[in-house]
Design a protein around this ligand. Structure first.
Ligand code: PLP
Length: 381
């Protein structure tokens, strides 16, 4: 049934018979040169010129005032919530339609995920549905937002730009301001994505990124926190280096810190990759355009595209199938013919660990859970 699509994907990736993965990294720039340079310098751990350079490049790319290199995206999320003042017993609003790292990081704070529905077209947290939900279940106490049903403070909100598609983030800024909830953007998937000309991750108090091997840009493993707040940036650096009080030789610490700094070796790889970001994004947007042209008028396989005012990096292309059984047929046929496809994540509230978490009506998330599939999206060279 999907023979012509399979043929088209094979043609696009110039791979007539072999397996086509969903996303694989490309090392066609200065990667080996910089990594070898880091090794030769002996600075392979958390101090070194590439860590500094990586942070400068992240500021340049995103327009944020400060960037802090972190060991991975999950820990960048955890540390951001610590910085935002999330405490044990708090609730943190997030999507149930997200990769598990978002909800795991909330749990690392001994806080509870509170799942709210997404907009169908962005697959990201819905400002209107969040506002309506908070009107129903929350009340303000001494300027802070509390869940009336659980009596817990709702301290932060962590939306996620799914597959690089910017969500209606300016709307979320307004809702979070209204309820005095700190906004932290999980921009793990959206490096190079913009909403109204502003880089994702810069709308909230803090934004986080991942440089895992499957992302648009990789450092092997890696993450970053961005912020415009100087104090938070300083604290992020201090807490991510075991809360060591800066001193030439003394080892003194005045808080429980974390070993969360990105090693120079990984930063070297990241710098070489970031140099190619513009090329990657152009290439990925061309691929999305090509898929769109191929699937135009195809009512059974609908390509997901950016909404008005959004510019997506199209990290992973996604299609929407008619229903769950058609989704399963699609997955079966393409995977069995060597073209990798993968369903969107199971909703967090469907997982044992998070099944009792507070939540809003999740109809859109449930609809998408049954239908969305990712299709091959690597940079083509
Ligand atoms: C939405 C989202 N959040 C967080 C992460 C965690 O990043 P990492 O794998 O670098 O820990 C990822 C990716 O892995 C992700 O896709």
């Amino acid at each position: 049934m999907y023979e012509s699509l399979i043929k088209h994907i094979r043609h696009l990736f110039n791979t007539p018979t072999e397996f086509i993965p969903l996303h694989e990294p490309r090392f066609i720039g200065n990667e080996k040169k910089y990594v070898m340079d880091a090794i030769d310098s002996t600075f392979v751990s958390s101090v070194g010129k590439y860590v500094d350079q990586f942070e400068e490049m992240m500021c340049e790319i995103t327009g944020a005032k400060y960037a802090i290199a972190i060991v991975n995206g999950t820990n960048a999320l955890h540390l951001s919530m610590v910085l935002a003042g999330v405490e044990p017993g708090d609730e943190v609003i997030t999507q149930s339609l997200t990769f598990i790292a978002t909800a795991n990081a909330i749990s690392y704070c001994q806080a509870t995920s509170h799942f709210v529905d997404v907009d169908k077209e962005t697959m990201g947290l819905s400002p209107t549905l969040l506002d309506a939900h908070l009107q129903e279940i929350s009340e303000m106490r001494n300027g802070e937002c509390f869940n009336k049903n659980t009596n817990k403070r709702i301290k932060a909100c962590v939306p996620m730009h799914t597959f690089g598609l910017p969500l209606y983030i300016d709307g979320l800024v307004k809702v979070c301001d209204k309820y005095n909830i700190t906004l932290i953007e999980d921009a793990a998937e959206s490096l190079g994505s913009y909403y109204k000309g502003q880089h994702t991750g810069t709308f909230g108090k803090l934004g986080t990124f991942s440089f895992n091997g499957n992302k648009t840009v990789t450092s092997g493993g890696g993450g970053a926190i961005i912020t415009d707040d100087e104090e938070l940036a300083k604290r992020a650096k201090y807490l991510s280096t075991q809360a060591k009080i800066p001193h030439k030789w003394e080892y003194k610490h005045d808080a429980i810190g974390y070993n969360y700094r990105m090693p120079n070796l990984n930063a070297a790889l990241a710098c070489a990759q970031l140099e190619q970001l513009d090329f990657y994004i152009k290439n990925k947007r061309e691929l999305n355009d090509n898929y769109a042209q191929f699937l135009v008028g195809n009512g059974d396989v609908k390509l997901v595209q950016e909404v008005k005012n959004a510019k997506s990096n199209y990290w992973l292309n996604a299609v929407i199938l008619k229903d769950k059984s058609e989704r399963d047929n699609f997955l079966e046929e393409l995977n069995s013919k060597g073209v990798m496809t993968r369903p969107i994540w199971a909703l967090m509230n469907h997982l044992e660990m998070f099944k009792d978490c507070p939540k809003s009506d999740l109809s859109n998330s449930e609809w998408l859970e049954d239908r969305v599939v990712n299709i091959p999206s690597s940079v083509r060279i």
